[in-house]
Design a binder for this molecule. Structure first.
Ligand SMILES: [Zn+2]
Length: 795
C-alpha cells in the first residue's frame, strides 16, 4: 500500500511542475503565433517499478528451537515449580506471539522455513571459534566448551561458582547458536537481504565479558556480531551504534568497545549508586570510554527504580537520538532486553509495549533503516512476548501505537540525571553544546577558586560579593572557618586568638563530655578574648572570637582568602567567607542562623552557544530579606554559605560539608554564646541538611525555638534522633519545611503525609526557592515570632 502512495505523490508533483512550465510556453506561443494553445499535448511518464529498496524487503527473523536446550539442572522440586528466570520458554513465547498475530505463518510452531510474506526466516548457525575469539579469550571459550562434556556434578559445581550463570551439556551449543544467530541477523541486514532483522536468541550476551560469563550470559552475542561485521564489511559498515535498553548495564558489551571509536555504545539502565546488578562502577554515567574510544560510551543511568515510558522517551529525545544522529552509524543493533517492561519482577519498571515501538521507530530512522534487534534479558514471559511483538510490528512497517499516557512527565530525578549526562557528553557531542555552552568540556579540569584562576566559579564570586555587601553595608564580620578543619590548626599566622580558641575547643573535646566547670572555663576564655579586643577597638562594636581587626576590611579579607584557599582547597571549597555574622554577635540574646547554598540566578542563554548572557542575569538573594527582617528586630544574624559541589567533583559533598560545618559551629561557637536565649535556624536548599543533622546529633532544644527550611526540590531530610527519641516529635512541632509544588515527594501521592521525622512539610504553589520564599516569607516570620513568643505591634 505504501508503495502506491509514494508513487502517486511523486507523479503528482511532477505533473504539477510540467503544467506550470507548460502554461508559460503556451502563453508566449499564443502572442507570437496567434494559435490556440494545445492543451491536449500531455507529458507521459511511463509506469515504473518502484525505485525503493527498503519497503519491498521482508524483516528477518532468527529463531531456533535448539536454543531452548540450555536449561538449569533441577536440584529440587522448588526449582521445578519456581524455575530460573532465564527460562527456555522465553524465546518460544516470542515466536508464538508472532504467529498468533499473523506476523509469521507456522501453525505448529515447529520452525518451518517459509514463514509468510512479512518475515523471512534467517537460517541460524553456531558462531565459529574464530568469530568468538574476536571478543573473548581462548580460555573463556575452552571453559565453556568443556561444559559440553562435564558430568552432572561438575556442571552443578560450575553453576555454583559462576556469577549468576548455569550450565548443562547443551549450554555451549546454545551459546554458540545464540551468538551465531546475532551474527547472521546482522549480516542479512548489512547485505540487504532483509530490511531489518530480529534475533530471538538465548542465552543473552551483554553481561559476558571477554574473560568471563555472568548475569545469565555466556558469550557476548552483540559484541561478537559487531566485531565480525566491522571486520568483514569494512566498506559498507564503518560505524555501529549499539543501543542497549535492557534494564541492566551491558558491562560485557561496554568492555569490548571501550577503546573503540567505531562503535558507540549507549546503555539505559538502573544504577542507583551501583546497588543494581551488575553494580560495577563501569555502569556509572561518567564512564565515557577511553583512548580512541573516549566519548563513544554513554551510560544513561536511572537514579531510581520504577521508571517507565516518560523517562525512556525523555532519554531518547534528549540524549539518544541527537547523539546517534551526530554519530551517523551504518548499522544499529539493539541489545533488546525486555526486563524494563511493565510486569517484569526483576526490572520492576513500567515500559509499555508501545514505548518499545516508539523507541524502535526512532532508531529505524538511523543508518537508512539498517537495524538489527537482538534479544537480551526480560523475564516475564507475557511482557517479553508483548514487547517483542510491538518491536516486530515496527520493523515490518507499522507505525507505533499511541503511548498509554503520553502526557506523563518524567520523574524529576531522571530529568536531573539526563541533564548531568548531557553536560558531561557535551564535551564530545556538538549537538549538546547549544544547551550547555562549554560546561563539562574544556573547563572541567581547570576550574579553580584561586582569585587568579582564569576559570573562576561563579558561586565563589557571588559569595565574595555577598560578603562585601554585608561587610560594607551592615558591618558584618567573618567567623574563622579554620577552627572547623580537622587537624588543620595554625595554618594561618593572621590571628593568634583564633588559635587559642581552637586549642580550647580541642582540649574540651579531648576530655570527652565536658563537665560544667570545664564548659564554663571555655566560655570564659572566649569572653576574655572578646573583652580584650573590644577595648582595643572601641569604635567597632563587638568582634567575633576571631578577634582580629583585619576582618573588618574587605581588601584584607580578599588577601586572607588567597592565603587560605591554598590551604583549604584540597579539603573543600569552604573558605573564610563561609560564616559571616552581624556585629556584636556574642552579646546576642536572639539569633537567626541562615544556612544556604548559592542564591538563584535568573538568566538567559545565548541560543547558539549555550553561554549565559550576563547582561540579562540577576542574582536573587532571598536570604537578604531574612537578614534585614532580623536586624530590624535587633536579632543577631549568622549567615553560613555552603557552596554546591562543582561538577560533582572529587570528594566534596555539599551535604556533608553542611553537616560538618553546622556541628562544628555548634560545638565551637554557638553553645558558648553567653547570653543566648533563642535561636531560629533557617535552611535553604541542600544546606538545610546540615541543620537537620545538627538537631539530631546535639540537644539544642533549650535555645533553638524553631526551624524553617526552604527545600525547593531537594530531597526531604529525616531527623535521626541520636540524642533522644522525642526529638522527632519536637522537630515536627517546631519546624516548617517548604517544598516546591513539583517536589518529587508529591509526585507519587498527592495526599501523602510525610512522616514526622521530616518536620512539618508543606507544599508550595510554586517551584524555585526564590519563589517559595516570596510566597511563604510572612508565614515563616510569623512562625518564628510565635516560637520566640514575640509579636510585632500590628498583630
Ligand atoms: Zn537484564
Amino acid at each position: 500500500m505504501s508503495i502506491k502512495v509514494e508513487d502517486n505523490s511523486g507523479g503528482l508533483k511532477r505533473n504539477h511542475e510540467e503544467l506550470e512550465t507548460g502554461t508559460k510556453n503556451v502563453s508566449t506561443n499564443n502572442i507570437l503565433n496567434k494559435n490556440p494553445p494545445n492543451y491536449k499535448k500531455q507529458i507521459i511518464v511511463p509506469v515504473q517499478a518502484p525505485k525503493i529498496h527498503y519497503v519491498p524487503l521482508k524483516t528477518g527473523l532468527c529463531y531456533d528451537v535448539r536454543m531452548r536446550y540450555h536449561a538449569k539442572i533441577f536440584t529440587s522440586y522448588f526449582e521445578y515449580i519456581d524455575p530460573h528466570p532465564e527460562d527456555p520458554r522465553r524465546i518460544y513465547r516470542i515466536y508464538k506471539i508472532l504467529a498468533e498475530n499473523g506476523l509469521i505463518n507456522d501453525p505448529t510452531l515447529s520452525g518451518v522455513d517459509n514463514i509468510g510474506d512479512l518475515m523471512l526466516k534467517l537460517p541460524i548457525r553456531e558462531a565459529t571459534m574464530n568469530e568468538i575469539l574476536e571478543v573473548h579469550s581462548i580460555e573463556h571459550f575452552k571453559y565453556l566448551e568443556k561444559t559440553s562434556n562435564d558430568n552432572r556434578e561438575q556442571l552443578l559445581k560450575e553453576t555454583e561458582n559462576g556469577d549468576s550463570v548455569y550450565f548443562n551439556n547443551d549450554s555451549f551449543q546454545s551459546a554458540k547458536l545464540s551468538c551465531g544467530g546475532a551474527i547472521e541477523a546482522c549480516k542479512a541486514v548489512v547485505e540487504g537481504r532483509v530490511k531489518n532483522a530480529m534475533a530471538v536468541v538465548r542465552p543473552p550476551g551483554h553481561h559476558s565479558e571477554p574473560e568471563s560469563a555472568g548475569g545469565f550470559c555466556l558469550f557476548s552475542n552483540v559484541a561478537v556480531a559487531t566485531k565480525n561485521i566491522l571486520k568483514n564489511y569494512p566498506e559498507s559498515v564503518r560505524k555501529v551504534l549499539i543501543l542497549d535498553w535492557d534494564i541492566h548495564h551491558g558491562n560485557g558489551t561496554q568492555k569490548a568497545f571501550y577503546n573503540d571509536d567505531n562503535v558507540l555504545y549507549i546503555s539505559l539502565h538502573r544504577f542507583e549508586l551501583g546497588k543494581y546488578y551488575p553494580g560495577t562502577i563501569q555502569g556509572q554515567y561518567d564512564q565515557t570510554g577511553e583512548g580512541k574510544g573516549e566519548g563513544f560510551n554513554c551510560n544513561i543511568t536511572w537514579p531510581i527504580g520504577a521508571v517507565g515510558d516518560a523517562e525512556y522517551m525523555w532519554a531518547f529525545e534528549q540524549v539518544v537520538m541527537p547523539m546517534s544522529r551526530e554519530f551517523q552509524p551504518d548499522l544499529v543493533i539493539i541489545s533488546s532486553g525486555f526486563d524494563a517492561a511493565d510486569g517484569d519482577t526483576i526490572g520492576q519498571c513500567h515500559v509499555s509495549p508501545s514505548c518499545y515501538g516508539h523507541m524502535t521507530h526512532m532508531l529505524k530512522s538511523l543508518a537508512r533503516g539498517n537495524l538489527c534487534v537482538v534479544l537480551e534479558g526480560g523475564y516475564n514471559l507475557d511482557a517479553i512476548a508483548r514487547s517483542a511483538l510491538s518491536v516486530s510490528k515496527i520493523l515490518i512497517g507499522e507505525p507505533p501505537d499511541e503511548l498509554p499516557d503520553p502526557l506523563k512527565d518524567p520523574k524529576p530525578e531522571v530529568i536531573e540525571m539526563i541533564d548531568k549526562i548531557i553536560r558531561l557528553q557535551s564535551k564530545y557531542w556538538k549537538c549538546f553544546r547549544r544547551r550547555h555552552g562549554n560546561l563539562g568540556c574544556n573547563f572541567k579540569e581547570s576550574i579553580n577558586d584561586s582569585l587568579i584562576s582564569k576559570n573562576f566559579p561563579l558561586q565563589t564570586a557571588i559569595r565574595n560579593f555577598q560578603s562585601k555587601k554585608l561587610f560594607d553595608e551592615l558591618n558584618f564580620l567573618t567567623l574563622p572557618i579554620k577552627n572547623f578543619q580537622k587537624n588543620n590548626m595554625s595554618t594561618s599566622t593572621t590571628n593568634s586568638i583564633n588559635n587559642k580558641t581552637t586549642s580550647t575547643v580541642i582540649s574540651s573535646t579531648s576530655t570527652g563530655t565536658p563537665g560544667n566547670s570545664k564548659e564554663k572555663n571555655d566560655t570564659d576564655d572566649i569572653n576574655g578574648n572578646n573583652t580584650t579586643t573590644e577595648t582595643n577597638h572601641s569604635s567597632d562594636s563587638i568582634v567575633p572570637p576571631d578577634g582580629s581587626t583585619e576582618t573588618k576590611s574587605s581588601s584584607i579579607n580578599s588577601k586572607k582568602l588567597e592565603n587560605s584557599t591554598t590551604n583549604i582547597k584540597t579539603i573543600s571549597p569552604l573558605n573564610e567567607n563561609t560564616i559571616l555574622c552581624s556585629p556584636a554577635i556574642i552579646r546576642s540574646k536572639t539569633l537567626v542562623v541562615l544556612v544556604h547554598d548559592s542564591p538563584d540566578l535568573w538568566t538567559k542563554r545565548d541560543v547558539s552557544t549555550g553561554v549565559v548572557d550576563l547582561s540579562s542575569t540577576i542574582i536573587i538573594d532571598s536570604t537578604l530579606d531574612f537578614i534585614k527582617w532580623s536586624l530590624d528586630r535587633n536579632y543577631g544574624v549568622i549567615d553560613i554559605n555552603i557552596p554546591q559541589t562543582l561538577f560533582e567533583q572529587d570528594n566534596y559533598s555539599s551535604i556533608l560539608a553542611a553537616q560538618e560545618t553546622l556541628l562544628s559551629f555548634w560545638d565551637n561557637y554557638l553553645k558558648y554564646f553567653p547570653y543566648i536565649e533563642k535561636i531560629v535556624f533557617i535552611g535553604f536548599g541542600d544546606a538545610h541538611a546540615g541543620i537537620v543533622h545538627l538537631l539530631g546529633h546535639r540537644d539544642t532544644r533549650s535555645v533553638v525555638k524553631s526551624v524553617i527550611n526552604f527545600l525547593g526540590k531537594k530531597p526531604l531530610k529525616a531527623l535521626v534522633p541520636l540524642v533522644d527519641e522525642t526529638l522527632s516529635d519536637w522537630y515536627f512541632k517546631n519546624s516548617l519545611v517548604f517544598t516546591d509544588k513539583n517536589h518529587p515527594f508529591w509526585a507519587d501521592n498527592e495526599n501523602k503525609k510525610p512522616r514526622k521525622k521530616f518536620g512539618r512539610v508543606l507544599r508550595s504553589q510554586q517551584d524555585g526557592i526564590a519563589n517559595l520564599i516570596e510566597e511563604r516569607f510572612d508565614e515563616a516570620t510569623d512562625f518564628i515570632l510565635d516560637s520566640f513568643e514575640e509579636w510585632s505591634d500590628e498583630e
